[in-house]
Design a protein around this ligand. Structure first.
Ligand code: ATP
Ligand code: MG
Length: 562
């Protein structure tokens, strides 16, 4: 059984349409795409959209998608991030089939291309400072001014650039700039920087380089060297396309990939920017990149999301050119849709209240049969031990219960799911008036949960036998931010909108005993409580820890009685 949505069942999005047209016209025999993360953080749900698009197009056309690390910023990058990104792409269900590349592998080529541009008179070494370059650049309404270094001779530029490479100059002393047009209406084309001096150790090239190429220079050439056909990126790169094309056109490269932009994924109640996620991790607002409240792939995995749920979500969101916000509940519903089909139903009492069934023989134990998935009998049954003492949810008892409260109250009868009808006789309280336990009686003639005399009992509750219960810690999660657009306010930091109640730890939950054998990939529906999985990051001796993946229904809309 699969819940995967068939992408062919929907009309093609505009990018898939372009690809299909290029194949039909014979422009390309098969599309080659790439996913180009910078290894400066973990991947997040926004990257999943790009991964599903790039790897999806390759898969649908029996072609390949490259995984390329865009590693041109040595100060912010590390092999830990490289490894996490590979793990996450694989976990999402995609394969680069040996096409793993690094922009840093092309540094020698890129350097040669820079030399060619200089030789053509299309690049020059500039000694203006960063601030001066900005000041000279002009604005949307005013053209820029030419750098005083712009008209140096080719020989002088070649000499200076070679010396930049050999480490002769300090960081910031000069840069290599493209010589394009300081009056271009597209500010990116006003002599953009192609190389800067950085005396940094690179995680792959070590100390070989003291100059590093900029993104815009690197990206198109890397795509070209890999013979990528369609270079897909988010809309914020729309203005960079002119530069992408300028670099390839100027160098008259043997092929010229087409850059196409699509709208990035934005989800409310969260932030999807590596820089901001990094800040949350570094400042300790979350426990790490894989904190289950983070919408990183690692966080979603630990939280219990399935790869299929994330892929379905990306397919549902679709690919377009208009910026939009997706409601968090769309992601949560994608998780529910997938879990609902596959998760075994079990009993877990999160806030236990003990019941003594006073007419149940002391020392007796019996087993009742419970279904693993009431809507899908093929998923089988299991047995649950029942004894004189059981736990129920504290919220399933109410002292002065209104008429419509169909659970327990003194004098009222309720069904223990798969077991018996019980009637509450007494609530035992401590000196402060807090209810400590309930005394109930059961009707031995109602085994299985129905009364032979046909009397109606509306409420059904879950339960766990006291001597058999598995004690566990359960972590419930809420949204990490309490406002819809945490990074919308330019005056205030998104940190100010963290939801202080995003994590609740329940340390004394009582679960049915079979959960002692839960594996790291198992996901369960705790009946009436939501979907849960074992927390893969905590282990060893002591009580097991379970994460709630999602509630049964969207808790931000009205929750009806289970
Ligand atoms: P961030 O904005 O989080 O810092 P980034 O764009 O700097 O991310 P990269 O490593 O450069 O991160 O991204 C790799 C690829 O993923 C790029 O092609 C980028 O366009 C794409 N991508 C990043 N964020 C999103 C998003 N929210 N939605 C869709 N695609 C995204
Ligand atoms: Mg980026």
């Amino acid at each position: 059984m699969t819940t995967e949505k068939d992408p062919a069942a929907k009309p093609l999005d505009f990018i898939r349409q372009i690809v299909a047209d290029d194949l039909a016209s014979g422009k390309h025999r098969s599309p080659i795409t790439r996913f180009p993360p910078e290894p400066n953080g973990f991947l997040h749900i926004g990257h999943a959209k790009s991964i599903c698009l790039n790897f999806g197009i390759a898969k649908e056309n029996n072609s390949i998608c490259h995984l390329r690390f865009d590693d041109t910023n040595p100060d912010k990058e590390s092999t830990d991030y490289v490894e996490s990104i590979q793990r996450d792409v694989r976990w999402l269900g995609f394969d680069w089939g040996g096409h793993l590349y690094y922009a840093s592998d092309y540094f020698d080529h890129l350097y040669d291309y820079a030399i060619q541009l200089i030789a053509m008179g299309k690049a020059y070494v500039c000694h203006l400072s960063g601030d001066e370059i900005r000041a000279y650049r002009g604005t949307l309404t005013e053209p820029g001014r030419e750098s005083p270094y712009r008209n140096r001779s080719v020989e002088e530029n070649l000499d200076l650039f070679t010396r930049m490479r050999s480490g002769e100059f300090d960081e910031g002393a000069c840069v290599l700039r493209a010589k394009i047009d300081m009056a271009s209406p597209n500010i990116i084309m006003r002599d953009p920087v192609l190389y800067r001096i950085l005396k940094s150790h690179h995680h792959r090239t070590g100390d070989k380089w003291s100059i590093y190429p900029m993104y815009d220079f690197t990206h198109g050439l890397s795509d070209m060297l890999e013979e990528v056909t369609h270079s897909l990126c988010t809309l914020e790169f729309e203005n960079n396309r002119a530069l992408y094309d300028w670099v390839l056109d100027s160098l008259r490269t043997p092929n010229h990939p087409r850059q196409i932009e699509f709208a990035r994924l934005n989800i409310n109640y969260t932030v999807t920017s590596k820089r901001k996620l990094l800040q949350l991790v570094h400042e300790g607002h979350v426990t790490g990149w894989d904190d289950p409240r983070m919408l990183t792939i690692a966080g979603l995995r630990r939280r219990g999301y399935t790869p299929a749920a994330i892929r379905n979500f990306c397919a549902m969101v679709g690919i377009g050119r208009r910026e939009s916000w997706i409601d968090m509940s769309v992601l949560e519903n994608a998780a529910r849709d997938d879990l609902n089909l596959h998760a075994h139903r079990v009993f877990g009492v999160l806030d236990p209240l003990k019941i003594v069934i006073t007419n149940y023989p002391e020392g007796q134990m019996e087993e009742v049969v419970a279904q693993n998935h009431p809507q899908n009998p093929e998923m089988g049954t299991r047995t649950l031990p029942l004894s004189r003492e059981i736990y129920i949810e504290r919220s399933d008892f109410m002292e002065d219960a209104p008429k419509k409260f169909f659970r327990l109250s003194v004098g009222r009868e309720v069904r223990l799911r798969y077991a018996y009808l019980i009637t509450c006789r007494e609530a035992v309280k401590d000196a402060q008036g807090r209810i400590m336990e309930l005394r109930c009686t059961y009707d031995p003639a109602t085994r299985g949960g129905s009364a032979p005399d046909g009397r109606k009992v509306k409420g059904t509750i879950h339960w766990v036998s006291v001597p058999h219960a598995l004690r566990a810690e359960v972590r419930l999660y809420d949204r990490l931010f309490s406002v819809e657009y945490p990074d919308a306010d330019k005056e205030r930091s998104f940190m100010e909108f963290l939801n202080p109640a995003s994590l609740s730890v329940l340390s004394d939950c009582m679960l049915e005993p079979g959960l002692a054998h839960a594996g790291p990939d198992d996901r369960f529906q705790f009946e009436r409580q939501g979907y849960f999985c074992l927390d893969a990051a905590t282990g060893g001796p002591g009580a097991p820890v379970f994460n709630r993946i999602v509630t049964l229904r969207d808790s931000w809309t009205k929750q009806s009685e289970a």
